[in-house]
Design a protein around this ligand. Structure first.
Ligand code: HEM
Length: 402
């Protein structure tokens, strides 16, 4: 076969990041982008073709092409030696058109400008309350526990309309889900939370309040099961992601003091800083698509039944798209980054996530001018499982009391 990229030998790159550069994609993945922006991955005998796509242009092309399916059951996962199970009910990222179109239309119609404006007001209040609590508690602290998780968790409560008196219980589930060291306890929390959200969704049908879940419950044709599923999906899509952006973003800023100082001293930098942090960190590092029909991509022939892994993080560091891509530069225009995906599945919650970050980063840095890591950089525990949203498991910080 003659084309620019294809090599006969499959590759088996390590997905381990370099400890000295925890924000960069794995060095072997970065090296592949320069040599083979679409590369065949080693897979067990008899398995379908599995590809890793790292180049910006190719990744964007796949995300906009309906021949690449989002349905999990079309995707072969070599680490598990089989195809993935179908997505749970209500998970939009595991659907194709026309099923996806139906859900997307319903949801997009409820993420209204009015609702986003209401949420913006609440972000500012919630951020202030959390910073007050952090100050009262005093240093040192785990930034995830005191700030990076509570802010998005409370925003999800606002979005779904979790009643105030139930928020402590809600917090217990979310803690157990992310932090309980026992896998059985995590699983139990997952089941409990699912049940809670299902009940909450049904309660909104009976007695709607002013929130997105009530809008969905009363103004859509979603079945009870679909409504509960969508609530659980929104919870999953909005919490872990924003938590990790806030925590890993703070870590990255603390490692780049000149950039941090620029953001602290110039509130006008908030918007571009958020876009650049999204690009630079690309916490939703890898996605997958199943190939529905034979297709030529960048001169390489893919077959129906193949699977592609999409390295969003490598694409967002492609020098063909961004100059000096490995530099965190809060003043640059990171427009066109793929941190929220691209095409029909592009993140529905991106405006909310942006608002949370535009408010939270400057507020944190201004309230705590001496904020710093409480442990050496290399002791910050990273989330190393490549199938997870990337981030830190905790971020120990300290500061001087005023
Ligand atoms: C910084 C935080 C966030 C990041 C980095 C992020 C990233 C992403 C990405 C990459 C996708 C596309 C997945 C794919 O193509 O398969 C996506 C989809 C989605 N996100 Fe986000 N997200 C964030 C925050 C949120 C928030 C706060 C919400 C809502 C509460 C949300 C709701 C969704 C939904 C509903 C989808 C599915 C869209 C669809 O499939 O049509 N996300 N997100």
């Amino acid at each position: 076969m003659s084309n620019a990229y294809y090599r006969e030998e499959p590759v088996a790159p390590s997905f381990d990041r370099a400890p000295a550069c925890p924000f960069d994609p794995a060095p072997e993945v970065t090296a592949l982008r320069a040599e083979q922006p679409i590369a065949r991955l080693a897979a067990p005998e008899g398995a379908p073709g599995v590809w890793l796509v790292t180049g910006y242009g190719l990744v964007r092309q796949i995300l906009a092409d309906p021949r690449f399916s989002s349905r999990y059951e079309t995707q072969y996962f070599p680490m598990a030696g089989g195809h993935l199970p179908p997505a749970p009910v209500g998970d939009l990222t595991g659907m194709d058109a026309p099923q996806h179109t139906r859900f997307r239309k319903i949801l997009a119609g409820k993420f209204t400008v009015r609702r986003m404006n209401l949420l913006t007001e609440r972000v500012t209040e919630i951020t202030r309350e959390r910073l007050d609590a952090m100050e009262r508690q005093g240093p040192p602290a785990d930034l995830i526990e005191v700030f990076a998780r509570p802010v998005p968790a409370l925003m999800i409560c606002e979005l779904l309309g979790v009643p105030y008196e139930e928020r402590d219980q809600f917090r217990t589930y979310t803690w157990a889900l992310s932090d309980d060291p026992e896998p059985e306890a995590q699983y139990a929390a997952f089941i409990e939370l699912g049940k809670y959200l299902q009940d909450l969704a049904l309660a909104k049908r009976a007695k709607p309040t002013d929130d997105l879940l009530s809008d969905l419950a009363t103004g859509s044709d979603l079945t009870d099961e679909e409504l509960g599923g969508v609530a659980a999906f929104l919870f999953g899509a909005g919490l872990d992601t924003t938590t990790n952006m806030l925590a890993l973003g703070t870590f990255a800023l603390l490692r780049n003091p000149a950039q941090l100082a620029a953001l602290r001293n110039d509130p006008g930098l908030a918007d571009s800083s958020v876009e650049e942090l999204l690009r630079y960190l690309s916490i939703a590092a890898t996605g997958m698509r199943g190939v529905l029909e034979d297709v030529e991509l960048g001169g390489t022939q893919l077959k129906a039944g193949d699977t592609v892994f999409i390295a969003l993080n490598a694409a967002n560091r492609d020098p063909a798209k961004f100059a000096d891509p490995d530099m965190l530069d809060l003043r640059r225009s990171a427009a066109g980054h793929l941190a929220f995906g691209h095409g029909i599945h592009q993140c529905l919650g991106q405006q909310l996530a942006r608002v949370e970050m535009r408010v939270a980063f400057p507020a944190l840095l201004t309230r705590f001018p001496t904020l710093r890591l409480a442990v050496p950089d290399e002791e910050v525990p990273l989330r190393t499982d490549p199938s997870q949203i990337y981030g830190v498991r905790s971020l120990p910080v300290t500061w001087d009391r005023a």
